[in-house]
Ligand binder design. Structure first.
Ligand SMILES: C[S@@+](CC[C@H](N)C(=O)[O-])C[C@H]1O[C@@H](n2cnc3c(N)ncnc32)[C@H](O)[C@@H]1O
Length: 327
C-alpha cells in the first residue's frame, strides 16, 4: 500500500478511536429517571448503539414496560471493524427493533440483528429511515460529528437526550439553539457523569482512569453533560440569588466592548441589576428561561472577545433578568 494511503488510514483509525467512549448504565439511569413521562407510547431510537452491547439499549429494553414504550430501535456502526489490511473498508452496520416481546433476554445476538446494506452511519439513508419512524433519540453520539448529529435531529424535528462534551456549548450552531430555547442542558453535569468505558488500546493521558469490578477501563473526563429538548424540572427552578450590585459595584466591573457587568460565578449574579450581565458558561446548567434571557455569547460590540481593562475574559454568556426578585 502506498505510504500516503497508509497514513490516511492511520489518521482515520486515530480519529475513530477518539469516539469510542461507552456510556455506563449507572449514568444513563441517573439522568433518564427525570424524563420517564416523555417515553410513554414512544418509539426510541439509539442510532450510535450496538444493540448487543450498548447500555442505552439495555436501559430501554429492560425498562420497556415500565416506560410504556412502543418500540426500541438500536443501530450499530461497524467502523470498529476497520483495520489496515482491509483498506479501511467498513463492515456493514446492523440494527435491531424490540417491541417488548416476551423473550427471556431482550438483548439480541448476531443471529437476531438485521444487517444494513451500508455501514450504519447515522447520516445514511437506511439509518435516516429508522430515524423518521422514531419519536425520541437517546444516545452518546460520536463527538467528532456532533454538529452534524444535532443538525440532523433538528432537521427531522425529533426529540432527543444526548451526552455531549462541554465544548459543544461553545459551538456557535449549538449556542444559537440554546439561545432560541430549542435545546438545553440536562440534569447531570461534569462529575455528575461518573465516567465512560474505553477500549484497551485507548491512550489515557490527561484524564483519570480506573478499572471497575468487571475489568472495564473507565475514564472520568469531568467535561461531559447532557443536552436535550425534553422538558425537565431544573429548567423551571429559579437560581437563588443573594448578592447585590448597588453598594458592591467594585465587584462587578464593566466590559470595555459591551455595556454589561462581569459576574465571575453564577451564584454571584446580583438580584438588583436590570441590565446586561456576563456570566460563565456553566451558568447554562442552571438556566431557567422564565428567570433570564440569553442575549449573546462571548463577543463584544467590536466582534472581539469580551475584555475588561484590555484583558480578555474566558467565554462569557451575556444574560438579562426577565423578572426582578424581591429586593
Ligand atoms: C461516544 S461512542 C458511544 C457509543 C454508545 N452510543 C454508548 O453510549 O455507549 C460513539 C459511537 O458512535 C459510533 N460512530 C462513529 N461514527 C458514527 C457514524 N458516522 N454513525 C453512527 N455511529 C457512529 C462509534 O463507533 C461509537 O461507538
Amino acid at each position: 500500500m502506498a505510504r500516503n494511503a497508509t497514513n490516511r488510514l492511520l489518521q482515520k483509525a486515530r480519529k475513530s478511536k477518539k469516539d469510542e467512549f461507552y456510556t455506563q448504565l449507572i449514568d444513563i439511569e441517573r439522568e433518564l429517571k427525570y424524563y420517564k413521562e416523555h417515553f410513554r407510547g414512544k418509539v426510541v431510537y439509539c442510532n450510535t448503539d450496538d444493540p448487543i452491547h450498548s447500555n442505552f439499549y439495555k436501559y430501554f429494553a429492560f425498562n420497556f414496560k415500565e416506560l410504556g414504550l412502543k418500540k426500541l430501535i438500536a443501530s450499530c456502526y461497524k467502523e470498529q471493524k476497520f483495520d489496515l489490511f482491509n483498506q479501511g473498508g467498513l463492515g456493514k452496520g446492523y440494527y435491531y427493533e424490540y417491541t417488548g416481546s416476551k423473550r427471556e433476554n431482550p438483548v439480541p445476538d448476531l443471529s437476531d440483528v438485521v444487517y444494513f446494506e451500508g455501514d450504519g452511519d447515522f447520516r445514511s439513508r437506511e439509518s435516516v429511515e429508522l430515524l423518521k419512524k422514531s419519536d425520541v433519540v437517546v444516545t452518546n453520539p460520536p463527538f467528532s460529528l456532533f454538529r452534524e448529529y444535532i443538525a440532523q435531529l433538528i432537521n427531522y424535528d425529533k426529540k432527543f437526550l444526548l451526552i455531549a462534551n462541554i465544548n459543544a456549548l461553545t459551538y456557535k450552531e449549538i449556542f444559537k439553539l440554546i439561545k432560541e430555547n430549542k435545546l438545553w442542558l440536562g440534569i447531570n453535569f461534569g462529575r455528575g457523569i461518573s465516567g465512560f468505558i474505553v477500549p484497551e488500546h485507548y491512550e489515557l493521558y490527561g484524564t483519570e482512569a480506573r478499572i471497575d469490578k468487571a475489568g472495564n477501563r473507565i475514564v472520568s473526563p469531568n467535561s461531559a453533560l447532557w443536552l436535550t429538548n425534553l422538558d425537565n424540572f431544573k429548567r423551571h427552578e429559579d437560581i437563588v440569588l443573594t448578592k447585590r450590585y448597588y453598594g458592591n459595584e467594585q465587584n462587578y466591573p464593566k466590559y470595555d466592548n459591551f455595556d454589561a457587568i462581569n459576574v465571575d460565578r453564577t451564584k454571584d449574579i446580583p438580584l438588583d441589576y436590570e441590565g446586561y450581565m456576563g456570566v460563565p458558561i456553566t451558568f447554562l446548567h442552571k438556566f431557567n428561561p422564565q428567570q433570564f434571557e440569553i442575549v449573546r455569547f462571548r463577543k463584544g460590540n467590536d466582534g472581539k472577545d469580551l475584555s475588561i481593562n484590555g484583558k480578555y475574559t474566558y467565554f462569557r454568556v451575556i444574560i438579562k433578568r426577565k423578572k426582578i426578585g424581591t429586593i
